[in-house]
Design a protein around this ligand. Structure first.
Ligand SMILES: [Zn+2]
Length: 226
């Protein structure tokens, strides 16, 4: 979040204000100089520009060269993708993580794309994202929590592409939360079922059959609207 007063500190993860310094080396004697500067004055980037920001919460330094954060590593604060996500969706998640510090808005659009790929993977593959979400909402497995999570990512992620209700570059905390929400959906759609199936598979066949019978009654009830 180069040249912004407030952003999520890559050291402590707090969305807080920062003091900025531009930094240069005196060519005559090789000495390093730093001047405090208005953040907005940094926004015109010229070759070789170096700057330091200091977090007002943890007092740690971040170092920027030509607008890019070079220290510390930036994606450490964002959780890893859910283990059970398919590899091609994990790749999109990682890409979102990589761009997060420089553009929370772009990272949110990528998280939205990851969710769309997840829905396709689950068999909701007709139409636009809103149609896919609606199809899942109508399915028997939809819970209140799942519907909220899907809509949060759909709408926040969309705000980057159109005239949105929020500029996520000004609200990086919200953009960061979307990673957690995507993992919630993955947990709901992949992990929980896998965990339960693993336990059922360890039962004797007769017990597994009892469970299958109960599940088939549920499906009949759902089909007949009971
Ligand atoms: Zn900090």
């Amino acid at each position: 979040m180069y040249g912004k007063e407030k952003f999520i500190c890559p050291h402590c993860g707090t969305g807080t204000s920062n003091i900025w310094y531009n930094v240069w080396i005196d060519s005559a004697n090789g000495e390093l100089h730093a001047n405090d500067i208005m953040p907005s004055a940094l926004l015109t980037i010229t070759e070789g520009d170096k700057a330091i920001s200091i977090c007002s919460y943890c007092n740690e330094w971040s170092i920027w060269i030509e607008g890019d954060l070079v220290y510390p590593q930036t994606n450490l604060l964002i959780p890893n993708p859910n283990e059970d996500l398919p590899a091609h969706i994990k790749d999109i998640y990682e890409e979102a993580r990589d761009v997060f510090q420089s553009s929370p808005r772009s990272s949110s659009a990528l998280i939205r794309l990851a969710m769309e790929k997840m829905l396709t993977e689950l068999g909701y593959n007709q139409g636009r994202l809103v149609d896919k979400v609606n199809a899942l909402v109508k399915s028997e497995g939809a819970t209140e929590e799942l519907v909220m999570a899907l809509e949060i990512i759909r709408l926040y992620g969309n705000s980057s592409a159109h005239a949105g209700f929020i500029d996520l570059n000004d609200e990086p905390e919200a953009a960061e939360e979307l990673f957690i929400v995507l993992n919630l959906i993955a947990d709901h759609q992949f992990t929980r079922k896998k965990r339960l199936k693993n336990l059922i598979n360890r039962m004797p066949e007769s017990k597994q059959a009892q469970i299958r019978e109960k599940l088939s009654k549920l499906e009949v009830a759902a089909d007949t609207g009971q």
